[in-house]
Design a protein around this ligand. Structure first.
Ligand code: TPP
Length: 620
């Protein structure tokens, strides 16, 4: 834009609008020149002098024109304020509402009033457009920066990285484009995450498992990140993580067989630990294969770690660096380090900063680490305000100019969006990036602690808060993605896993009843309220009909211990009555087991053995 156009080709209703219409994305350059022209007409090149004279000879003295220009400048400041500080009012905490908007995010602070709502401004490329009304501009900004994703990236000095993130986030409004299959996969991962913890909770009462509950979105997050990596042809991801959710990641991300995890609960104690504390299972590593929806695979390795929080970080970097060097992966594009952290540990442990500091050093770099902070807003019994001086637990990462994507763990679609964005950023720029998964901790630090003693208010909220699998499932029902389950299968013990495995395509909800005494009648009634009154209910068990919990559960329904069930008991799906606990033939046992699953899920299959099957006489 060296020379001005020969003529103005419009009627100049206002100088700003005139320049925006004529120059589009370059209008700001013309505005700068106009500014100069106003101060001293002789300071601009001859062609521009003529151009501005042709535009409107009265402009330099025109009060209306000056006010308009100033307003435009303030509007650009407002856009910048949202990009810098929008995260402060984003809806990030599943347990609370965002705080009030600071003054610098109020349009009024920029002289803009509701009357300006439909007025068009120059935006300089917001969401890929150069112009928009104030209403449209605010909508883009609030959707992108103030919903369930909060982005900190404007401190990045490198223009290209900042622009790339900005363009990606604003064009998508920080939301993933997901089809039905994607959404079903997210739901399945949430259900797997929750189901795993619930099973351990009931089966190994009082055992430490450092539950992931409250942060179940971590499982779809890792699923999406690893799927992106597999689709991009990466060979391996090496993970390092602390105790929180480790068993869940081993089971649902790395694919460690459940039988091995359960075996470790049943007695494998580490003789090295104090009094054989049973912590060994939180220190073990494992390797497995992740399969993306399209079938692509990637090796996933979880590094073993000691109890010392964050000590595994440089170890993972070393493992990755060695693998990259051995593979001749000089671009550091085929092996990906992923580090998981707790919020208190990320802010408090010096080794975090030390490891971040290695990221850009030629001798140590691994081409960018993706950090995921499982931010349950508490460290043991310490709340954030007593644990750190920074606003966010992730602030240390700003030291290396890593962008930070805060995301509400109760919005799994936003979570998978930031997972994909972080991966794409890492691959493109080979730099560290941080996801702050804001969530909560449903139980105590470990399952032996009672957190209500120290955090009564927080835990009153948590007790009333629904698991994300439930709320997301309801969202999908409401949006017509899935139909509400027509029928519910009640089940106890490990049969639930056989049902979950076989459930695909069946419109059956599986309710695990993991406590039989005292009978949780009120809780069960609440769970059953989610289904239509006409929905069929089935009690499924592995034991023969005259054994197991069937008679007891049936009695509880008939005796009115399940409010609202009006004496209506579930039907029976299981084996026929028998004197022995099992047939004695492995083959026959497996056939029977498959039949129990089919009955419970109302799937087509062979006729049931005489005396077994659903019990239509259960309704009274
Ligand atoms: C280096 C080190 N310091 C202290 C501890 C003791 N410790 C174990 S868990 C924990 C709290 C961790 O909180 P956070 O990082 O938020 O993780 P969360 O358990 O909440 O997921 C502490 C201080 C430790 N294991 N290692």
């Amino acid at each position: 834009m060296n020379d001005a156009p020969a003529t103005t080709n419009f009627s100049p209703s206002s100088p700003t609008q005139a320049l925006v219409r004529q120059f589009g994305g370059n209008a700001w350059l013309a505005m700068d020149l106009l500014d100069q022209y106003r101060r001293d007409p002789r300071s601009v090149p001859e062609s521009w002098l003529r151009y501005f004279q042709g535009l409107d000879l009265s402009l330099p003295g025109s009060q209306g024109g000056r006010a308009e220009l100033e307003q435009q400048a303030r509007l650009l400041q407002l856009i910048r304020a949202y990009r810098v500080r929008g995260h402060l009012v984003a809806d990030l905490d599943p347990l609370g509402a965002p705080g009030p908007a600071p003054e610098e995010l109020e349009p009024a602070s920029y002289g803009l009033t509701p009357q300006d709502h439909d007025r068009e401004f120059f935006t300089n490329g917001l969401a890929g457009k150069d112009r928009g009304t104030l209403g449209q501009i605010l909508e883009v900004l609030r959707q992108t920066y103030c919903r369930t994703v909060g982005a900190e990236y404007m401190f990045i000095q490198e223009f290209e990285r900042r622009e790339w993130l900005q363009a990606r986030m604003e064009a998508s409004r920080n939301r993933a484009a997901l089809d039905r299959e994607d959404r079903l996969r997210i739901l399945a991962k949430l259900v797997d995450a929750e189901g795993f913890e619930r099973y351990l909770h009931a089966r190994y009462i009082g055992h430490k498992r450092f539950s992931l509950e409250g942060a179940e979105a971590l499982i779809p997050l890792l699923d999406r990140m690893l799927s992106e990596a597999a689709q991009s042809g990466l060979e391996e991801a090496v993970l390092g993580m602390p105790h929180r959710g480790r068993l869940n990641v081993l089971a649902n991300t790395v694919g460690k067989p459940l039988s091995r995890i359960f075996a470790e609960f049943e007695g494998n104690l580490d003789p090295e630990t104090t009094q054989g504390s049973g912590d060994v299972k939180y220190h073990l590593g494992a390797a497995g294969t992740h399969r993306a929806p399209g079938g692509e695979t990637i090796t996933v390795t979880l590094a073993p770690n000691p109890s010392h929080l964050e000590a595994v970080n440089p170890v993972v970097e070393g493992l990755v660096r060695a693998r990259q060097d051995l593979r001749g992966d000089l671009e550091r594009a085929r092996t990906l380090p992923i580090l998981l952290h707790g919020d208190a540990a990320f802010a408090g442990e010096g080794v975090v900063a030390e490891t971040l500091n290695l990221a850009g050093l030629e001798g140590y770099t691994t081409g960018g680490t993706i950090h995921v902070v499982v931010n349950n807003q508490i460290g043991f019994t310490t709340l954030p305000q007593d644990a750190r001086s920074s606003t966010y637990c992730t602030d240390v990462a700003r030291m290396v100019q890593a962008p930070v994507l805060h995301v509400n763990g109760d919005d799994p679609e936003a979570v998978v969006h930031v997972a994909a964005l972080a991966f794409e950023y890492r691959q493109r720029f080979r730099r560290d990036v941080v996801i702050d998964l804001v969530c909560y901790r449903r139980w105590g630090h470990n399952e032996g602690d009672e957190p209500s003693y120290t955090q009564p208010l927080m835990y009153a909220k948590i007790h009333a808060h629904r698991p994300v699998a439930e709320s997301y499932g309801e969202t999908l029902v409401r949006e017509g993605v899935i139909r509400p389950p027509e029928r519910a299968a009640l089940v106890a013990g490990k049969l639930a896993y056989d049902l979950l495995d076989a459930r695909e395509g069946a419109e059956v909800a599986i309710l695990r009843l993991e406590q039989l005494h005292p009978f949780p009648g009120a809780e069960l009634a609440r769970a059953l309220q989610r289904f239509p009154a006409s929905a069929e209910r089935v009690w499924a068990q592995e034991e023969p009909r005259n054994q197991g919990a069937w008679e007891f559960v049936r009695g509880c329904f008939l005796d009115g211990k399940v409010p609202g069930s009006a004496g209506r008991a579930p039907a029976y799906a299981g084996r026929a009555a028998a004197a022995a606990t099992a047939t004695g033939s492995h083959k026959a046992h497996l056939q029977e087991q498959a039949d129990v699953v089919r009955q419970a899920l109302a799937l087509p299959g062979p006729t049931r053995p005489k005396g077994g099957g659903k019990d239509p006489g259960a309704t009274v």
